[in-house]
Design a protein around this ligand. Structure first.
Ligand code: GDP
Ligand code: MG
Length: 174
């Protein structure tokens, strides 16, 4: 039986680990602990379907390009995270999406959600919601865009609803 692997990618410090930790354990930690690679195995029963999901948390920086490539090639779904307070991290999401398109022929069928974290820091916003949404829409990422705060637990569970929504749509056709 199949396990679905959801890979978290994005620049270092944008909050990938914090978003995952908030979603999986309902906790939040102010202290920054750098990630190399962490895998969290979960099982869900959704509408009578048993779903096994492995969440892969990755290192943000490009210190491990081979690991990143491997994580892209093996993924069944992506969560691409940036910080709304840092334009550069949004540019990195765009680059990651280019890498995904290059590495995966069927990228249009792979669920991918774009996540703008640090929504609690609206005062320091550098990436306009409309610009990010517009980019995601033009790239055919459809509804796969959301702004969240791991710190304040805003929008976190919606990330996974969006992800699952994208997973289910193609299957429902069979
Ligand atoms: P990662 O490198 O992408 O995994 O980032 P982390 O999840 O380790 O977070 C880096 C730092 O940002 C940590 O100190 C977190 O406490 C902080 N952080 C994460 N998410 C948020 C958020 O939504 N708002 C604020 N203000 N800080 C956050
Ligand atoms: Mg991390």
């Amino acid at each position: 039986d199949q396990r679905n692997r959801v890979v978290f990618l994005g620049a270092g410090g944008v909050g990938k680990s914090s978003v995952l930790q908030r979603f999986l354990f309902g906790t939040y930690n102010e202290k920054y602990k750098e990630t190399i690679e962490d895998l969290f195995a979960k099982e869900y029963d959704i509408c009578g379907t048993h779903l096994k999901v492995d969440f892969l948390d990755t290192a943000g920086n490009i210190a491990f390009p081979a690991m990143r490539r491997l994580s892209i090639v093996n993924a069944h779904g992506f969560v691409l995270v940036y910080s709304i307070t840092n334009e550069k991290t949004f540019e990195e999401v765009k680059q990651l999406w280019e890498q995904i398109k290059e590495a995966r022929e069927n990228y249009q069928e792979i669920p991918c959600v774009i996540v703008g974290n640090h929504l609690d820091e609206e005062n320091n916003r550098q990436v306009e919601r409309f610009d990010a949404l517009n980019w995601a829409y033009n790239e055919d990422l459809g509804g796969g865009f959301i702004e969240v705060s791991a710190k304040e637990d805003t929008g976190i569970s919606d990330i996974f609803k969006l992800l699952l929504g994208q997973v289910k749509t193609p299957r429902a056709k069979h």
